[in-house]
Design a protein around this ligand. Structure first.
Ligand SMILES: [Ca+2]
Length: 416
């Protein structure tokens, strides 16, 4: 749990550490001042000083105050984030969003698992651990996920890859030669791999594979764990295959996945879903109590711009400091920059269901046989679906004003 981050980039002082231990005192807070008073009072009752550095805090907050209609709380909503995490991507913002939501008491973030298809999951883990150290949140455990698609056969078939002119990512290339060693230094990481941001990272990933963490947590907290799947669905599919009760015992799954046109016509697996179509079908067909899909098209309307970044980086929170150091320079260099915010819409839909503008129930499956249709999504509207398919709640748009207001509130509030 040490945080000897040697990089000169990260200059804030480590303040009092929050702890991962958050028993519920069963009080609904209306105002932040009440929260502070309640913490002090409860700490006094418990015979401890409030919020001292390194002290085990003996109280928790039901939830911080918000102008938004947040329906979740840490007591009822535990989240596992399954992510192809890299610096300066929407996955990084999603993690920061969830860390702050956890600190606010809106959710309980149980852990982070790394997923394809961003870069190799070990590299994502390294980036994730460095992010968690930099924002002083090493209380959140990180697990390495499986790199290879569930059904890796088409990646192993070089003739097929060549015939269809497929673009292979590095993890897929490695799969073509199972004996090859991974050379991280030569990986094409889209300019996102910066050795300086990895210097001095001492936190280790947890020894268990991602899927096992998922199954254990769902067993431990039946009906309370939401899987937030913002990469390929490989780890979740493995959890389903290892534990037949897994899906039914979750609270549900929220995906950031394929392209699913609102008119019901065929879609595509796109980045997240297309890289492991077999795994997506395993999950879509599993008996989750609830499945919510935020498709890629959401990014057509949800864009991060500099005025929002200006507001975020002006805040005095470790999360804001991290974003200021690693993300803000590109906004300063190009004030007109617009960044798609795919994955980071997902936490808002979970916490504020009323933020969705247009939704519909769809039934869907992906073509998962090797061939030119691999990854194509066939979807059905309500009443026309094959009987064996599960309903998926698809979110087409969110209220942009409310979304950015909530994102800004979450990322700029110091909840400690
Ligand atoms: Ca992602």
């Amino acid at each position: 749990m040490s945080h000897h981050v040697s990089s000169h980039l990260y200059k804030w002082n480590a303040g009092p550490r929050r702890t991962g231990h958050k028993p519920d005192i069963g009080v609904t807070m209306k105002h932040k001042i009440s929260v502070v008073l309640a913490v002090t009072l409860a700490a006094l009752l418990a015979g401890t000083a409030p919020a001292q550095a390194g002290a085990q805090t003996t109280v928790t907050l039901e939830a911080a105050a918000s102008d938004h209609d947040v329906v979740t709380s840490a007591a009822t909503t535990k989240v596992i984030l399954d992510t192809d995490l890299r610096y300066n991507t929407d996955d990084m913002y999603t993690l920061m969003f969830l860390l702050q939501a956890d600190a606010a008491g809106y959710i309980d973030l149980l852990g982070v698992t790394t997923a394809p298809p961003g870069v190799r999951t070990e590299v994502e883990a390294q980036m994730g651990l460095s992010m968690l150290e930099k924002v002083e949140r090493t209380d959140v455990p990180l697990y390495v996920g499986q790199d290879r698609p569930l059904d890796g056969r088409w990646y192993k078939d070089s003739d097929f890859v060549e015939m269809w002119n497929l673009r292979l990512r590095d993890n897929m290339k490695a799969d073509l030669d199972p004996n090859s060693e991974v050379d991280y230094s030569s990986m094409q990481l889209g300019g996102q791999y910066d050795p300086a941001t990895h210097a001095g990272v001492t936190t280790k990933a947890q020894p268990e594979p991602a899927w096992q963490f998922m199954t254990k947590q769902v067993k431990k907290y039946p009906g309370q764990v939401t899987i937030m799947s913002i990469g390929a669905v490989t780890n979740t599919a493995l959890a389903i295959k290892h534990d037949p009760n897994f899906a039914a015992n979750t609270a549900g799954i929220y995906y950031m996945g394929g392209v699913t046109p609102e008119d019901g016509s065929n879609g595509s697996g796109s980045f997240n879903w297309g890289s492991d179509a077999t795994a997506v079908n395993v999950a879509l067909n599993a008996d989750f109590p609830k499945q919510v899909l935020i498709p890629s098209e959401i990014a057509n309307t949800v864009k991060l711009t500099k005025p929002v970044m200006d507001e975020i980086v002006a805040a005095d929170t470790p999360v804001a400091e991290l974003l200021k150091d690693v993300a803000y320079p590109v906004w300063e260099a190009n004030p007109q920059r617009v960044q798609s915010f795919w994955d980071a819409v997902t936490p808002a839909v979970l916490m504020i269901p009323s933020i969705t503008d247009r939704t519909a129930v769809r039934y869907m499956t992906l073509a998962d046989e090797p061939g030119p249709f691999l990854g194509v999504i066939r979807q059905w509207t309500e009443g026309r679906q094959p009987a064996h398919l599960n309903p998926i709640d698809v979110v087409y748009t969110v209220d942009n004003d409310e979304y950015w207001d909530f994102v800004t509130e979450i990322l700029t509030t110091n909840y400690n």
